[in-house]
Design a protein. Structure first.
Length: 116
């Protein structure tokens, strides 16, 4: 069974950068499309960025376009979310999701706080 572990969260200043990692174990990520979601206190979980299983297609929410980049390294069984020009509105718990047809797995999340 696939297990996902997010890391790389923490405290960043506005305008700063963080790189989140979503590391998989128990199975290969090769067949899974990966999506990063986030959930801020009192708000619904929202889709941030996604990447196809082969890495050839990516998409991001309008709120992060031009600032966040999703990539994957199937050899390392890891997906990354590079977050630049961070804003206080990016503060949330970030989750990675692996999806293959009707099967979905979630990580436990990593906290990102953007504050001066």
């Amino acid at each position: 069974q696939l297990q996902l572990v997010e890391s790389g969260g923490g405290l960043a200043q506005p305008g700063g950068s963080l790189r989140l990692s979503c590391a998989a174990s128990g199975s290969s990520l090769f067949a899974y499309a990966i999506t990063w979601f986030r959930q801020a206190p009192g708000k619904e979980r929202e889709r941030v960025s996604c990447i196809s299983s082969g890495g050839g297609f990516t998409a991001s929410a309008d709120s992060v376009k031009g600032r966040f980049t999703i990539t994957r390294d199937n050899a390392k069984n890891t997906v990354y979310l590079q977050m630049n020009s961070l804003e206080p509105e990016d503060t949330a718990v970030y989750y990675c999701n692996a999806q293959h047809i009707t099967i979905a797995y979630w990580g436990q999340g990593t906290q990102v706080t953007v504050s001066s």
